[in-house]
Design a protein around this ligand. Structure first.
Ligand code: NAI
Ligand code: MG
Length: 501
C-alpha cells in the first residue's frame, strides 16, 4: 500500500481504504511541500489519520487541471443527457458506499451515525440526483424585439469554480456545491475544511469511478489561510462559493476582488424563533429542540434565539427544559440512542465554554447544562445541552453566533415588538414562527429580515428549495432552481436578420 492510502478500521468495526492525497486530475497526489494535517476523532481525541495539505503551489496545479478540463471538448461539449447520467451514476455510487461514508463522517466530525447515515447521506444523494435532473433542462430564452432581429440568451458555465466548505456537514456541503456547479458544466476545485477532510477525499474515489473526465472535479484538503486563501485569490478562478463564518466570508470577498470573481457566500446566523400565545405548545417545543440542538448545535440556520409571548413563557420554558433533558441524549456517536455527539474540535468546544462564562457573568439565568459533559468516556469535546433564560438583548450570548448546543430564551409582549427584536441583528439567515393564526404567520414571515422563514417548524430545509441569507448572512442562493444562477452566465446573442445601415 503506497503512502497515499491507509487501511483503517473505524470504531464501529468498519474497515475501509482512506485516501490521504490531494485528488487532482482523478489521481491522489502528495502535496508539494509534503505538509500534512492530522484528523482527530472528537469523541476521544485520538488521531485518525494524517492527510496531505495543499499549499499555494498545489492550488495552482489543481486550478490548471480544472482549466484544462473546462476547455476540453469531452466535458465542454458533452451532451447534456450524458452529463445527467454522469451525475446520476455518481449519486448511485455514493448510495453504494453509504455505510462507509457515514462511518467516516461520524468518526471525523462526531455527529451521530444515525444522523450521518439517514440525514446527511440522504441529503447528499438527493442533492446530486436533483441536479442530475437539471443537467438537461438548462436553457435560455428567445426575446422578441422586431422581425429584423433574433435575440436569444444561453446559460453558459462560469468556468473554473473554487468551493470552500466547512466542517459541520462535510459531505452535504460538498453536494450542495458540486451538484449545481457540475450540472451547469463548470469545473471545480473544492477545498474541504481542515478539521474534517476524510469523507471528502473518499468521495474522490467515487468521482473517478463515476467517469468524470480528469480535472473536472478536484478535491483538496488544506488550511484556510493557505489553501483557501490561494483559491479565493487565484487569478484563473472565475468564481468562489463559500460556506462558513461571516468573518471569513468577508475575507474571501476581499480576496475574490483581485479578479472580480463571482461570489456566493453562506455565512453565520443568530436565527430567531418566535413563539406566539396561540401556538401548539407541543409542536413548538419539539421543533425548538431540533432547531437548536440538532448536529450538536453546529448549524448555520440554528434557531438559537427563542422569543416567547409572555403569557406562555413559563409554560414553554418548563416544557422545553423537560423535553431537552429527555431528548438530547449525549453519548458515543456510534451508539444507537445518541442524539448529541461531541463538538467537532477542541477550539469549538472551548469557544462554547467561553460563551457559557459570558452568559453567567452578564447575569442571564442558566437553567440547564452550562458545563462540559464528561460521562461518555471522560474524554472528548462533549458539552451538556445548555439553556439560558431571562436573556437581555444587549448580552453577548443574545447577539453572537455560538454554534453549539446552546440556546437563549427571552419573552415579548406584542407582535410588533417580536418582529422588531427578531430583526435586531446583523444576521439574516433563518427564522421560525409558531402560531395557529395563518394570517399572522404569513404577515410575520414577510416582515422578518431573513433568507428563509419556517412557519410552525424549524430548519426544515429541502434541496429543492432555495437556501441563503440576507444582511451579513450571505450573498446569493444555493439549492433549488435558484442554485443554478450561482453557476451560470446569461449570455445574450443578437442576430441581425435585416437591419441595414
Ligand atoms: P471558517 O469560516 O474560518 O472556516 C470555513 C472554511 O473556510 C474552512 O474550509 C476554512 O479552511 C476556510 N477558510 C478559513 N479562513 C480562510 C481564508 N482566509 N481564506 C479562504 N478560506 C478560508 O470557520 P471556523 O474557523 O472553522 O469556525 C468558526 C465559526 O464560524 C464557528 O464557530 C461558527 O460560528 C462559524 N461557522 C459557520 C458555518 C456555517 O455553516 N455557516 C460553518 C462553520 C463555521
Ligand atoms: Mg476530526
Amino acid at each position: 500500500m503506497s503512502d497515499l492510502f491507509v487501511e483503517l478500521t473505524a470504531p464501529n468495526g468498519r474497515k475501509y481504504t482512506q485516501p490521504r492525497g490531494l485528488f487532482i486530475n482523478n489521481e491522489f497526489v502528495k502535496s508539494k511541500s509534503g505538509e500534512t494535517i492530522t484528523s482527530i476523532n472528537p469523541s476521544d481525541e485520538t488521531e485518525i489519520a494524517s492527510v496531505y495539505a495543499a499549499g499555494p503551489e498545489d492550488v495552482d496545479i489543481a486550478v490548471a487541471a480544472a482549466r484544462k478540463a473546462f476547455k476540453d471538448p469531452s466535458w465542454r461539449d458533452m451532451d447534456t443527457n450524458a452529463r445527467a447520467d454522469l451525475l446520476w451514476k455518481f449519486a448511485e455510487l455514493i448510495e453504494q458506499h453509504r455505510e462507509t461514508l457515514a462511518t467516516i463522517e461520524t468518526w471525523d466530525n462526531g455527529k451521530p451515525y444515525s444522523v450521518s447515515y439517514n440525514d446527511d447521506l440522504s441529503e447528499v444523494i438527493n442533492c446530486i440526483k436533483y441536479y442530475a435532473g437539471w443537467a438537461n433542462k438548462i436553457h435560455g430564452q428567445v426575446i422578441d424585439t422586431s422581425p429584423a432581429k433574433l435575440a436569444y440568451t444561453i446559460l453558459e458555465p462560469l468556468g473554473v469554480v473554487g468551493q470552500i466548505i466547512p466542517w459541520n456537514f462535510p459531505l452535504a456541503m460538498a453536494a450542495w456545491k458540486l451538484g449545481p456547479a457540475l450540472c451547469t458544466g463548470n469545473t471545480v476545485v473544492l477545498k474541504a475544511a481542515e478539521q474534517t477532510p476524510l469523507s471528502i477525499l473518499y468521495l474522490g474515489t467515487l468521482v473517478k469511478e463515476a467517469g468524470f473526465p480528469p480535472g473536472v472535479v478536484n478535491l483538496i484538503n488544506g488550511e484556510g489561510r493557505k489553501a483557501g486563501a490561494a483559491l479565493a485569490s487565484h487569478l484563473d478562478v472565475d468564481k468562489v462559493a463559500f460556506t462558513g463564518s461571516t468573518a471569513t466570508g468577508k475575507e474571501i470577498m476581499k480576496l475574490a476582488a483581485v479578479n472580480m470573481k463571482n461570489v456566493t457566500l453562506e455565512t453565520g446566523g443568530k436565527s430567531p424563533l418566535l413563539m406566539f400565545e396561540d401556538a401548539d405548545l407541543d409542536q413548538a417545543v419539539k421543533w425548538s429542540h431540533v432547531g437548536i440542538m440538532y448536529n450538536q448545535g453546529q448549524v448555520c440556520t440554528a434557531t438559537s434565539r427563542i422569543l416567547v409571548h409572555e403569557s406562555v413563557y413559563d409554560k414553554f420554558v418548563s416544557s422545553f427544559k423537560d423535553y431537552v433533558s429527555k431528548a438530547s441524549v449525549v453519548g458515543d456517536p456510534f451508539a444507537d440512542e445518541t442524539f448529541q455527539g461531541p463538538q467537532v474540535t477542541k477550539t469549538q468546544y472551548e469557544r462554547i465554554l467561553s460563551y457559557i462564562e459570558s452568559g453567567k457573568s452578564e447575569g442571564a439565568e442558566l437553567i440547564a447544562g452550562g458545563k462540559p459533559y464528561k460521562d461518555v468516556n471522560g474524554k472528548g469535546f462533549f458539552i451538556a445541552p445548555t439553556i439560558f433564560t431571562n436573556v437581555k438583548d444587549n448580552m453577548k450570548i443574545y447577539r453572537e453566533e455560538v454554534f453549539g448546543p446552546f440556546v437563549v430564551i427571552s419573552s415579548f409582549k406584542t407582535e410588533e415588538e417580536a418582529v422588531e427584536r427578531a430583526n435586531d441583528t446583523t444576521y439574516g439567515l433563518g427564522a421560525a414562527v409558531f402560531t395557529q393564526d395563518i394570517t399572522r404567520g404569513h404577515r410575520v414571515a414577510r416582515r422578518i429580515e431573513a433568507g428563509m422563514v419556517w412557519i410552525n417548524s424549524s430548519n426544515d430545509s429541502d434541496v429543492r428549495v432555495p437556501f441563503g441569507g440576507v444582511k451579513q448572512s450571505g450573498i446569493g442562493r444555493e439549492l433549488g432552481e435558484a442554485g443554478l444562477e450561482a453557476y451560470t452566465n446569461r449570455k445574450a446573442i443578437h442576430v441581425n436578420l435585416g437591419n441595414r445601415l
